[in-house]
Design a protein around this ligand. Sequence first.
Ligand code: R2B
Ligand code: URA
Length: 313
Amino acid sequence: IMAPILLNSMGNEHSDYIQQVEYVKNPHLDSMEEDILYHFNLGTKTHDLPQMFGDVKFVCVGGSPNRMRSFAQFIHEQLELPGNTADIRDICEGTDRYSMYKVGPVLSISHGMGVPSISIMLHELIKLLYHARSRDVIIFRIGTSGGVGLPAGTVVITDKAVDSFFRPQFEQVVLGKVIIRSTELDKDVAQELLQYSSELPNIPTVIGNTMCTHDFYEGQGRLDGALCSFSTEEKLDYLRKASEAGVRNIEMESTVFAAMCRVCNLKAAVVCVTLLNRFDGDQISTPHDVLLEYQQRPQCLVAHFIKKHLGLI
Ligand code: R2B
Ligand code: URA
């Protein structure tokens, strides 16, 4: 009897068994005849997912569809791939919920704003990677955030994603009960990103905790929403407490992103630029062109990481 030969995702032969880590954690999936990824407008019967996505090694997600298209074009240039960047098309053009672009081994997807929006996207993305039999994928959230005591334009690589009580956990209500999941991210990927930031010009970067809230205004202690139930002093007191808990920035998706990726064995990192220092104000009054430059910083850092991993630099 011959020993089974397994092919890994690069097509290399391995003569012994490799522990294949499955990304999905759902016993019901295997008994389904078809899986429709409704919000992507993709499905296992209508699309050849292994052929379309089997070679994916890096997934980058961010809130805005336009930013994720620009990122796909930027990565296309950085990887010096053949063809025209203008021809990169939205794989999810059949739906306006999310946008998805594939450039070589890199997938760039928008997730909208907030925990429910990104969590729907992640369910379908993780199933997509499973159906496609992708292996050794690293996923990055590249986004924007409010800084806690940092100058605008600082890139924060998330150590721990914490909730509004500064706890490193994500709570999900399932069948009327609260399930708590850990929000720890991959330490090695974070350190590697920090190292690469020092090799690039003009990308001030720190590692710190990221607070994830369920609102942009009151939920982030802003005084400038349509309603506000607290004083300036109370706001500053909360931000000081956040800072003492190691929080360096505030955004709206990191806890569920970290929790889902951790449960599903996906190596994950959160890289967000700060658009303002929340101790100085609430309104985002920085000029548009400066904001655009800030938003490119997480993209440059992650592109550098990808190029290193592909052996291009
Ligand atoms: C950062 O920016 C968005 C709010 O403006 C939100 O999606 C986030 O996490
Ligand atoms: N995104 C947020 O969630 N908060 C900010 O202050 C800025 C961007």
